[in-house]
Design a protein around this ligand. Sequence first.
Ligand code: ADP
Length: 687
Amino acid sequence: MSELSLSAPHTPDRRNASRLRRALPWAALVALLLVAQTLLVMLTINFEASRAQERVELVAAEASAEVKRSVSHALQDLQALIWVDGASPRWRLEAGEVLRRHHELLRIERRTANRSIADAIESPYRQPLFGLMPRHSLDAETDAACATARRTSMPTFSRSFFVPQRGGLGVEVMDVCIRLQQAGQEAGFIVATYSLASLLEAAVAPVQARSYELSFVEGDGTRLARAGMPRGAGIYHAERLVDLSGLTLLLRADSAESRPSLIPNLTTALVLGLSLGLFALVVLLLRDVRKRAHAEGALAEALAFRKAMEDSLITGLRARDLQGRITYVNPAFCAMVGLSAEELLDSVTPPYWPPERVEEYRTRQNARLGHEGSQQVSREGFETVFMRKNGERFPVMIFEAPLVDGHGVHTGWMSAVLDVSAQRRVEELSRQQQERLQATARLATVGEMASLLSHELNQPLAAIASYATGSMNLLSEPDWETLSMVKQAVVRIAEQAERAGRVIKSVHDFVRRRQHSREPIRADQIIESVLPLVRMQARKSGTRIEIDIPSPAPRVFCDRTMVEQVLLNLTRNGIQAMEHDTPMAERVLTLRVMRVHERWVQFSVIDAGRGIAPEVASRLFTPFFTTRSEGMGLGLSLCRTVIEQHGGALDFDSRPQGADGSGGRTEFRFTLPAHVLASQASTPTNP
Ligand code: ADP
């Protein structure tokens, strides 16, 4: 039952759209995760690469500084040799000491001013440098350096050169040439040979040596000397210039590190991404759970509310499936028919159908529940009769609507059932009361007319009496003449008796209860039938009656007796209003009939009486309101009820009299439905 609703059916399009709406956040989440992971991998790889590059730059910078430091350190020691006399054996000792201290130095020479070798000491840690090739054959670079040293008086480095060694090996070396002076005279040179490879080895720390290769390279990339790792990976490298006087060396550091590999990074990113995704999912789930709990709470509340509402409703509710089986009834419905829900549920022929009408109801139900019936639901409801458990029949009003479930499928019918028996009883009671009231009012009118009646009847009765007395006198001496006079008198008696009879009949016609029924009738016929009584009232005060009816007279559709009574009331009021104050010549009562609309006919009763004062006007239609001592005050309120029951309206228009009693005017008018065609006359609307 919770899925049932009375809303319009959902279309498949709308279902797809809502499914798509639900899937969209998930698709977006997956896409975001993918993008985030890719970015993460790329950033990690980039970060690793830049870290590796930074490291190699640092190694290169440190190594170049170290090379420079050890070169200049050795140069200081070499420059100290200037002050030792070359000829003395101390020079050799000192030079040997310098070679021991500085492993990168391979040989120290003392040369004469014309650059021939005067003395040479080899490093104790190496085999003699020029064992394979004589020194003079490799002197070109040294000579050039010494020439510069002489010119500048500064220690000058030669360009590096390769010295072959035994076993196919060799060393790349460079010379430094230091000019010697004695007493302002040139006294020769000190030439020291540096091993480039040893310089590098001294410059690289053991830890760095494991992962970096240091080398001196030439501009074209030729490697002159190297130290550390046998071979760098060639991906991360850095170069630094080592400036020495007369020579600039290019130091290159190569990292053994390879490119950051994708797989471990991808794994990290995946793990990270998945954890993030999981976290997001948990958050989403939590929110979903919270929402669901909220929705469940709201649903429970709505259900409780609905239950309370259904239980407290005085309207009976009943649901039926498409086969007409009862699927739900509320307590009000059970109370109405006096049967329990168990007795009612699942029954196809409900126990509240009166047995004599089962066939009729089944046919009607089949028509309504059938396929065609589902398309045309009347919102206005229909009236029928149900039976209580004790067999009592009672009228009900049923309003039916299609039952549509949460998926938009038409599953049955929902009905609201109202027990209208109380209403019918009240209606009947009020009808009876009204009838009684009208009868009373009629009698009251007649009562008021009693004096009039006696006056009216008096005349013919007096005439009859005198004719009778005259006839009796004549009959005491009968002859032919008197006989003919008696005959005349008897004719007069018969006339007067008939006149009296007419008076009695008109009163009798009015008082007699007639069947209330509406019928088409000409307006002039209504006026004519009240006219004798109106004239009777008018005669006493000398009021003239004027009739204004168009020809042909319009036809109206009404309850003739009731309308006659309305007219009698209005004419009586009009005549009474003129009775005292209006000059005799002006006492005219006009009865007018007019077609005011294609579907409405208006009746007017116009008098030239005193008019209606505002304080009277406001209470005119209040029952029992009267200004006359003998009045009942029911006339106008009943008149309005009668006219409104016909669908018409009763109102008035009034102008007060002048001081001399003339010029006053009151018009009471009411409308009745015109009888155009029987079919149209049944449901007119008030203009
Ligand atoms: P009743 O005639 O018994 O007094 P009605 O309901 O017919 O009761 O009238 C109520 C009052 O309305 C009357 O007492 C009178 O004062 C006033 N009335 C009705 N018709 C007219 C009229 N044509 N001219 C002036 N006053 C009127």
